[in-house]
Design a protein around this ligand. Structure first.
Ligand SMILES: [Zn+2]
Length: 298
């Protein structure tokens, strides 16, 4: 049973990587959207990229997958002079940091939480059981922080806000107060069920605290850019939190009845939300329920 659970945890952790290997990146096009003020969102394949262009040089959030590097740089050049000065990573997953090496080679300084840097240097085992491969030095953040950090750049006071032990143990939320935009990384997503990456230090309570941090920071008209899914406002985040609490309570009741993980998943504790959660799939529902079970069983 332990071996099975380890395999499930590994599959959850490397899921994005496996998906990346199957994908034909030559078909991907980068879509650029002005979110608000001078903040842009770039979408290709993987997590949302943020770009704040201006005379001080480009401030950038996340890099998607490595094979998209040239297309991403071309998209940034279309809205800036192309000098990428600062890069921030919201968390360690390959669909958010895969392009770091490319951006690092262009001379950008990379910022992230200390735990993210550590995981890039000593990654978890691969799906086939082989040891993880450390990232190239040029891809690894050179400046780390575990308290809020502010960038005064291009007329903004961009705040990097650590979100402890949420989607992973190295999450950062990025707030552009003048543009009135928040980028959350993957601790909040507006498509599919939540993903608590326990193998990379994520926790249920950390994600719930992250939703509260969004509620405290955002105004009614703040645009919230999730790691995955459409741009939303804070009411969507509040609904997402209510859903997570309701599913948590159902899973907790089943855990108290000594149900196994398979039995809890089979009981479909997400059923009442499958019609309202955008992009809900059985795969993300089962993964989410399994992660809640693992946390609540302890
Ligand atoms: Zn992620």
């Amino acid at each position: 049973m332990k071996a099975v659970l380890t395999a499930i945890a590994l599959a959850a952790a490397v899921g994005v990587g496996a998906q990346a290997q199957q994908q034909d990146f030559s078909k991907v096009e980068i879509k650029t959207t002005k979110v608000a003020g001078n903040v842009y969102m770039l979408e290709g394949s993987g997590g949302a990229i943020g770009v704040l262009p201006g005379p001080d040089g480009v401030f950038m959030v996340d890099t998607e997958f490595a094979p998209l590097g040239d297309k991403i740089v071309a998209a940034i050049k279309a809205i800036s002079d192309g000098r990428i000065r600062y890069l921030v990573n919201t968390h360690v997953h390959p669909d958010h940091i895969g392009g770091n090496e490319n951006i690092g080679r262009l001379g950008a300084t990379i910022f992230a939480r200390e735990a993210l840097r550590t995981r890039m240097l000593k990654p978890a085992a691969q799906a086939n059981g082989q040891p993880g491969v450390a990232a190239a030095a040029v891809a690894v953040p050179t400046v780390t922080y575990d308290a809020p950090l502010t960038f005064h750049v291009n007329g903004e006071d961009v705040r990097l806000i650590p979100v402890p032990l949420a989607h992973t143990d190295g999450d950062t939320m990025v707030y552009f107060p003048n543009a009135n935009v928040i980028m959350t990384g993957d601790f909040y997503r507006s498509i599919g069920y939540p993903n608590i990456d326990r193998a990379n230090g994520g926790t249920m309570n950390g994600m719930l605290a992250g939703f509260d941090a969004i509620a405290a920071l955002a105004r009614a008209d703040t645009r919230i850019v999730p790691g995955h899914g459409a741009v939303v406002d804070k009411t969507a985040v509040a609904a997402h939190k209510a859903m997570m609490l309701a599913v948590r309570d159902k899973v907790a009741a089943l855990v108290r009845q000594n149900k196994t993980q398979d039995e809890v998943i089979a009981a479909r504790p997400t059923a009442e939300f499958d019609a309202t959660v955008t992009g809900a799939t059985a795969a993300t529902a089962d993964r989410f329920v399994g992660q809640l079970y693992q946390e609540l069983k302890k």
